[in-house]
Design a protein around this ligand. Sequence first.
Ligand code: ADP
Ligand code: ADP
Length: 229
Amino acid sequence: MASISIRNLVKRYGHGPSANQVIHGVDAEISDGEFVVIVGPSGCGKSTLLRMVAGLEEVSEGEIRIGDRVVNNVEPADRDIAMVFQNYALYPHMSVYDNMAYGLKIKKVPVDEIRTRVDKAAKILELSALLDRKPRALSGGQRQRVAMGRAIVRNPQVFLFDEPLSNLDAKLRAQTRLEIQKLHAELGVTSLFVTHDQVEAMTLAQRMIVMNGGRMEQFGTPEEVYARP
Ligand code: ADP
Ligand code: ADP
């Protein structure tokens, strides 16, 4: 687990006079183990902010720290983060176990260690009985949980969620939301979760960052944010 510190963060796409500035100096201190939701209308910069923390977009100005390490120039794979996306692409020809183990195999984690981590994640996500199945033999909710399992087995310091619920139907969305809450309760991993859905934000957030037009308008608990006129 680790804190995340965002200081005077600026993002421009393009260069020179035609550059498009989409993040205008965001400052946020996220505590170790905290669940923070970034919320705001489409195009306000949520995804760009998250992708900079992930290392998928370059920082134009400012600083991002994960724990006490400045990560501006650190490759995504070396940031101790795991991302959960809205489009969970599982490998169709691989079992649930192999889907979860794949990233660790690539990283040459020892087989015993892989087995321990996958078993632990499967237990948390109630997938233990399904490890031999192929994705096509799973329900939508189970597939979503396998996608989360792939993130968990990395033992990340930080979870980054990019609208993981937005393509799901209402029932599955509610189920997956509960899964994510349970996951956070059990592992306590520092989490940043992007959504445009205010109800989702309020339900999940310990604190929320409200973005608008590339600026951070508010940063507080749901009570604090919604108490404002
Ligand atoms: P959100 O996630 O809140 O919908 P984004 O972070 O995706 O917002 O986008 C913020 C702004 O940055 C938008 O105006 C978008 O068009 C622009 N943008 C995002 N990615 C790129 C890119 N790769 N190149 C140029 N502009 C981009
Ligand atoms: P998302 O909801 O994931 O932000 P988008 O449709 O906004 O989906 O963006 C899809 C991809 O296109 C992202 O990788 C984003 O960085 C990129 N993108 C978004 N807006 C622009 C843009 N104006 N110019 C170039 N790329 C963009």
